[in-house]
Ligand binder design. Structure first.
Ligand code: TMP
Length: 207
């Protein structure tokens, strides 16, 4: 059986994660891999409820918000991600621990504790590859109110962007920073290349 592979997409809101995720899942499926596409928050039935609570409630205390993301993550990793990886699937996931580090730890000012909480929640599961879709924030899009969480200013969006770039710089082997301000096909070409490299590395580790 092929080794499982855990690929995560990160980046600010509106950088095209869903499109790239879908393109990668399709390509891997066509190549005969078993693929599980999932997301945080909201990758389980419990997670859907937690997502609703986080996104559409009134003010949520930042620590409570961080714990809701962590609760979603703990349940999701234990019941979806780890079993899929154990079965040899490629898990293609929209957001993971880095989103909490950047949004709750950085932007909401909760600091390093947030990373510790997420590491505990996941029992230390790291992605084989994190694709950071990188793009300069678009002020127009950012001011279009979508929901509470997405009501971000351009300055805030730039802080988020720098947060992801900083995490990628910390561990370049496990990250691919991809310029997302291009045609989806061009972006995907880089995403696919990075996935193949990660796949080869994972196979070498498993053998
Ligand atoms: P999405 O629309 O890309 O699924 O993300 C929903 C929002 O949730 C997005 O603005 C980022 C935010 N988020 C956090 O603040 N912390 C987290 O840990 C995760 C997973 C998402």
């Amino acid at each position: 059986m092929s080794a499982g592979l855990f690929v995560v997409f990160e980046g600010g809101d509106g950088v095209g994660k869903s499109t790239q995720l879908r393109m990668l899942a399709d390509a891997l499926g066509t190549a005969g891999r078993k693929v599980v596409v999932t997301r945080e928050p909201g990758g389980t039935a419990l997670g859907v409820e937690l997502r609703q609570a986080i996104m559409h409630g009134d003010h949520v205390d930042p620590r409570a918000e961080a714990l809701l993301y962590a609760a979603d993550r703990a349940h999701h990793v234990a019941t979806v991600v780890r079993p899929a990886l154990a079965a040899g699937a490629v898990v293609v996931q929209d957001r993971y621990v880095d989103s909490s580090i950047v949004y709750q730890g950085g932007a909401r000012g909760l600091g390093g504790e947030v990373e510790r909480i997420s590491r505990w929640a996941t029992d230390g599961l790291l992605p084989d590859l994190t694709v950071v879709l990188d793009m300069e924030p678009d002020p127009e899009r950012m001011s279009r109110d979508l929901d509470r969480v997405e009501r971000e200013t351009a300055a805030h969006a730039e802080m988020i962007r720098q947060g992801f770039l900083g995490l990628a710089a910390r561990d370049p082997e496990r990250y691919a920073i991809v310029d997302a301000a291009r045609e989806p096909g061009q972006v995907f070409s880089d995403v696919f290349k990075a996935t193949r490299v990660a796949m080869t590395r994972a196979k070498e580790r498993a053998s």
